[in-house]
Write a protein that binds this ligand. Sequence first.
Ligand code: 4AD
Ligand code: MG
Length: 454
Amino acid sequence: MDEPLSPTPIKGALQSTIPIEPIQLQGWVRTRRDSKDFSFIELNDGSCLRNLQIIAKNTLPNYAALQRLTTGASISVRGALVASQGKGQKWEVVADKIDIVGGADDTYPLQKKGHTPEFLREIAHLRPRSNLFGCVFRVRSRLAFAIHQFFQERGFVYVHTPIVTGSDCEGAGELFRVTTIDCDYTKDFFARQTYLTVSGQLEAEAFALALSRVYTFGPTFRAENSNTSRHASEFWMIEPEMAFCDLNGNMDLAEEIVKYLITDVRKCCPEEMELFAKFVDKELLARLDFVVERAFQRISYSDAVDLLRKSGEKFEFPIDYGLNLQSEHERWLTEKHFKCPVTVFDYPKEIKPFYMRLNDDGKTVAAIDLLVPGIGEIVGGSQREERLDMLEENMRGHKMDPADYKWYLDLRRYGTVPHSGFGLGFERMLMFITGVSNIRDVIPFARTPGSAEF
Ligand code: 4AD
Ligand code: MG
């Protein structure tokens, strides 16, 4: 009996500098074609974009069954990794044993021809087996890792903020209820009204006022009925929170992380990035390099409104001091005017949540939105109101009862400090890095209004 072999990932086999015999591989058949005495199988195991060519000789005992193998079937191969005779690949595997693990038939929906993203969304359970989505989800994994690396390198502590919460951080009322019954909340599971969190910020603030520099990175939920290519009902957010930090320090960190993440993925996922540049967005790599190399711009909300007013552009939505910037305005600023990422700061207090710090002008709050070309807002953040009386005042101004937020106000009662933080949308960052234009295509199983399949 042969010693059992542990399988080599195809990525490892392709990177080998020497022939390997014996080698064991496992994966899914991408294509198969017959020549006179052989069958050629293109095998992929998801470890990388590339396939490995397997040569099945007609002397294999199960050759007849192998000739019936179709796209999508899973196999286990033992053989020798040898320099390829053919063109287009360095290595191939000459098999001495191929076991069919799981068959597939011609109803397998992922055939060789290109499929539209819309069609692939309907088969979200199979689309990670396609080249594009394999790349997207490997990059998603790397990006998540790079986020932890960024903060851990800088001494931030990772805090797991709760997913079930009693507060509406953004005050926008876009909450999913968490309940086991339909009416009397005092008898409900948590003996109070609870929701899925829209942001871990409030809890992160409590930890920042103990551990100084913290971050959360987890799922957040919003029941906003915006069916756009940039909104999901369930998405992930990265939220750093820093004690003893003002708005400038906050802007610096937001710019630094955006550049860091691009640089990391460019370096660690070169094959995937090349595929995006070839098939998704021809300008992608030039744009990303430009973003990494150049300084970002900063502009106050009121100066941005002036620029937009004088732009001569026809916008669908009105521009006026006191109105929210719409996506079209944000994109004009970053794509047409500055042609690079731009941070807009100091927004009118009326259009921002209760926790933002009131500026000395009494009209604006220390808010930031970082806008990037092609997407618009990717980061939203602020310096937090650390003065107890001002915070209570803000709450009342937002029709909130300070009594409901006693624990949050305690943070200002005991050892309050200036502090700042922001939220970076994980999927928006992933869209920016990959060039993929619809948020549904960077989420394994997307949840959007009217859609929670799988
Ligand atoms: O600007 P937002 O609403 O900020 C907050 O939630 C703050 N509490 C964050 C903080 O200061 N700790 O959201 C932050 C980011 C946005 O800039 C955007 O990138 C992303 O989260 N985001 C969404 N991404 C996908 N789908 C949605 N529905 C999103 N809503 C916000
Ligand atoms: Mg925002």
